[in-house]
Design a protein. Structure first.
Lengths: 244, 610
């Protein structure tokens, strides 16, 4: 008995240390995917997300597993999460486009400036803004200590100020996405005129469509897809929350 | 020979054209005969009109006398219109002979039949009957005994049965006694808001007359196109607002305002009174489209349609595009009519069909044209498979499928695969992307992230991060404050000396301290004096030789310095003077006390505003 207890502890420690390693869990999910065990792959990626590893490769691979499993809506949701987390990764965009076409899904169009701004993540914009801000302060200090170089500092300050303004605009574009967040329709649904199950059917949205959320009521969300508005049950939508 | 031959051709053409035009002219001779109204009262005027086309100077139609009708001499009119048919201008010329007649007695009368003799032959004109009723006929029906309302409306559906998605017409008829005059404008409300798509345009049909309960009624007919959106039972009961035109009652007294100038007389003699009508409830049973026999490619088209498909070119190389042009034409819900799916996607690369044109022609005939690019992928293909368009025909109550093709094609084996043409639309079969790892259709799994990080709050929401953003600002302000202070000290010597007074005294205090340690009284007093001279010299901005007890006391006379402090200062100066001029305290403890007092005094002066 005395020998057994330490053995159990050792086993538990080994197991917990094995499962707690996100790299190993990620590899395990990848193997399951290639071997066709999609459910195990999905469970493993989900576990990583539950553990707080909201990183783009996890979302992307989970999207692939769902796509293979025939859940196009959930796949598009995960591809979109991956794309929003790492906006310039062409692989994420390619799979998202493919899945959208396969589902004949609709997606809210973004204005070009906002689309360009969102090619840079909110974290990157924050760091750019912070760096520009520090640079401006440094230039201020240097200019006060070395007034003879003020002409040079002025130009650098102008550049830093421009960088700061652009970075703040970039952050604002992400802020707008928080005020009217995107959501992915997980199953094909009929959009209703009011948040009531007996309300008039306005139009049908295919699975995987990406509307914007404009309003929320208990159990219902008002969606807007390129000017067409209506209500959908909250359970049918997955809200995109770009990871930081 | 050739020349003669060429000269002969136009002359033959000319003759043929002349013959054709003559034949057309002959066959175009036509007479239309109409009598309106077909029901009228005794004494009410009617018109019998002959419209003659295709004849120059046509003879007068032979209308014989009819007993009971007084027929007047005909009025002759000639008209010429230019109509556009299928984009071509066609001239339409005709001559009309209008006989005005007034019935003298009730009964049924017949105009014709007539044989209209022309220089090209005899045209038979069928008879037209009219009914004349007496002025004093009863208004009660024989069977019900109820009087018919002077104005009423009827609603009827012109299709039976009606299926969901079917387009049909609702016809509304407004009956008004011939004695009641109704304004042209009508307003229709209370039409169903759900379940139907109702056209905004209400079409006005030809008016008519009917005898109801021995009463002559004028009938105005309107129709509106409706599309049933869902199956089910519906009740329709529109409300109609119209205006009855009545003659204004003439007052016995004639006022100056009865003059036509003030709106009386001709223009002011009639008034419009609104009248609201409601039809009987029309119960509509909209049937669902039958499941039985529904073709596979049925896209929801309901109506009567024609379908045609053409493929061009018929001879291409493998990998080159073929155009499949499909057109759908007909009456019905043309918007729901989609082109049929292409049946084979193994041997062909298929692009989504693009809509070229869409619209509705007069008469409610819709047309849609699609073009689809299809690329044959190997040389064994000999034909494009047939395409089939399916729709539901509500009048026949069954699904119909129109098949076009197969279309034979000739393929040349291409030496190299031709790149796909760039066209608008969605490619249904994507080519694999070479630059990235491919998992048949989607990109394969990606590698693990370089560093595993757990989700944290957004950087711009992190308080610590936001707090660090204040550091550069703090440093900047500090530097600026130092700079401003320096600049202000540079311009004010007294302030600058004041600020360094205590520091300058410290040097003397240290020397005195060292002397105390060395037990050297002379050095101690030198140091103490240096401290006092430096401190008060800087503090009061005095020249080195000006520092003395009196100077300090005078400078402090208007200050907040206490009496004790001034006395302590005097003692310090006195002690230094005593030692310089005749010795003084030399005991170590006393000197230490003197030094402590000197320090305290200097610090006390720091807090005093001089």
């Amino acid at each position: 008995m005395k020998r057994l207890i330490p053995s159990i502890f050792a086993l538990v420690f080994t197991l917990t240390s094995t499962w707690a390693d996100p790299g190993q869990l990620f590899d395990k999910a990848g193997i399951a995917y290639t071997e066709g065990d999609l459910q195990l792959a999905i469970n493993s990626y989900d576990e990583l997300l539950k553990d707080g590893y909201h990183q783009a490769p996890v979302f992307f691979n989970l999207g692939n597993a769902h796509f293979r499993n025939g859940d196009n809506g959930v796949a598009i949701y995960n591809y979109k999460q991956a794309q929003r987390t790492e906006p310039r990764n062409s692989k994420y965009a390619a799979n998202l486009d493919y899945a959208l076409k396969q589902s004949n899904a609709l997606s809210s169009t973004e204005a070009l400036p906002a689309m360009l701004m969102r090619k840079v993540s909110s974290r990157e914009w924050t760091l750019t803004a912070s760096a520009s801000w520090c640079l401006l302060a440094l230039i201020g200090i240097a200019a006060s200590l070395l007034p003879q170089f003020r002409f040079l500092f002025k130009r650098i300050a102008l550049l830093a100020a421009t960088g700061l303004v652009i970075a703040l605009l970039g952050l604002y574009s992400w802020y707008l996405l928080q005020t009217k967040p995107e959501a992915v329709l997980l199953t094909t649904e009929q959009v209703l005129s009011a948040p009531l199950t007996k309300a008039k059917v306005l139009f049908e949205l295919p699975e995987g469509s990406i509307p914007r959320i404009t309003n929320q009521q208990a159990g219902w969300m008002e969606v807007d897809i390129d000017g067409k508005m209506g209500w959908l049950p909250s359970s049918s939508l997955g809200i995109i929350q770009p990871a930081n | 020979m050739n020349k003669r031959h060429h000269q002969g051709k136009p002359s033959i053409r000319l003759i043929v054209l002349m013959l054709l035009s003559a034949a057309t002219w002959v066959t175009a001779a036509m007479v239309e005969f109409d009598v309106q109204p077909q029901v009228l009262r005794v004494g009410e005027a009617g018109r019998a009109t002959f419209t003659i086309r295709g004849l120059n100077n046509p003879p007068t139609p032979p209308v014989t006398a009819i007993q009971g009708l007084e027929i007047y001499q005909p009025q002759v009119g000639q008209r010429s219109n230019i109509n556009r048919v299928n984009g071509k201008s066609i001239k339409d010329s005709y001559v009309t002979y209008t006989y005005r007649f007034v019935p003298q007695q009730p009964g049924k009368f017949s105009f014709g039949p007539y044989n209209y003799k022309t220089n090209q032959g005899v045209i038979a004109i069928p008879a037209k009957e009219i009914e004349v009723i007496a002025n004093n006929t009863t208004r009660k029906t024989a069977d019900s005994g109820e009087a018919q309302a002077p104005v009423f409306a009827e609603l009827m559906v012109l299709s039976d049965p009606v299926y969901e998605q079917q387009q049909f017409y609702l016809q509304m008829s407004i009956y008004s006694r011939s004695s009641v005059s109704i304004d042209r404008s009508i307003e229709v409300s209370n039409m169903p808001e759900t379940g139907f798509s109702i056209s905004r345009d209400m079409e006005t049909l030809a008016p008519g007359r009917e005898v109801l309960n021995n009463e002559v009624y004028d009938i105005r007919r309107y129709r509106v196109a409706v599309q049933a959106l869902t199956a089910g039972q519906f009740k329709i009961q529109p409300k109609i607002k119209l205006y009855v035109v009545k003659a204004r009652k003439q007052s016995r007294r004639r006022s100056p305002f009865d003059d036509p100038f003030f709106g009386g007389g001709i223009f002011g003699s009639a008034m419009r009174e609104p009248l609201e009508l409601s039809t009987d409830v029309l119960e509509l049973n909209i049937k669902p489209l039958p499941e039985e026999g529904r073709p596979e490619g049925f896209s929801g088209a309901v109506g009567t349609f024609r379908f045609d498909a053409q493929v061009t070119p018929r001879k291409v190389a493998v990998g080159e595009p073929l155009n499949l042009k499909m057109s759908i034409l007909g009456q019905g819900n043309i918007e729901q009519a989609m082109p049929p799916p292409f049946p084979n996607d193994k041997d062909f690369k298929i692009y989504e069909a693009q809509r070229l044109e869409s619209g509705t022609e007069p008469g409610g005939i819709g047309k849609k044209t699609y073009e689809q690019v299809i690329i044959p992928m190997h040389a064994d293909i000999t034909e494009l498979p047939a395409v089939a368009f399916s729709f539901f025909n509500p009048s026949e109550q069954r699904y119909k499928t129109i098949k076009r093709g197969p279309f034979p094609i000739v393929l040349d084996a291409a030496s190299e695969p031709t790149p796909a043409p760039v066209i608008a639309g969605t490619v249904t079969a994507d080519l694999p992307k070479k630059e990235i790892e491919v998992d048949k259709d989607i990109i394969f799994l990606v590698d693990a992230p370089e560093q595993w990080k757990k989700t944290s709050t957004a950087l711009y929401k992190n308080r610590t991060f936001l707090a660090t953003q204040l550091i550069p600002l703090f440093i900047l302000f500090t530097v600026l404050a130092i700079k401003i202070r320096r600049e202000s000290l540079n311009g004010n010597v007294a302030k600058a000396r004041r600020s360094k007074a205590l520091r300058s005294a410290e040097q003397g205090f240290k020397q005195a301290e060292k002397a105390l340690h060395d037990k050297n009284a002379d050095a101690f007093y030198d140091g103490l004096w240096m401290a006092l001279a430096n401190y008060f010299g800087n503090r009061l901005n005095l020249a080195p030789g000006e520092v003395a007890h009196e100077t300090v006391t005078n400078a402090c006379c208007n200050s907040t310095a206490s009496k004790q402090l001034l006395e302590a200062t005097e003692q310090l100066f006195t002690a230094c003077d005593h030692h310089r001029f005749g010795g003084g305290v030399t005991a170590i403890d006393d000197l230490r006390q003197l030094l402590t007092d000197a320090r305290k005094t200097a610090k006390s002066f720091e807090r005093i505003k001089l």
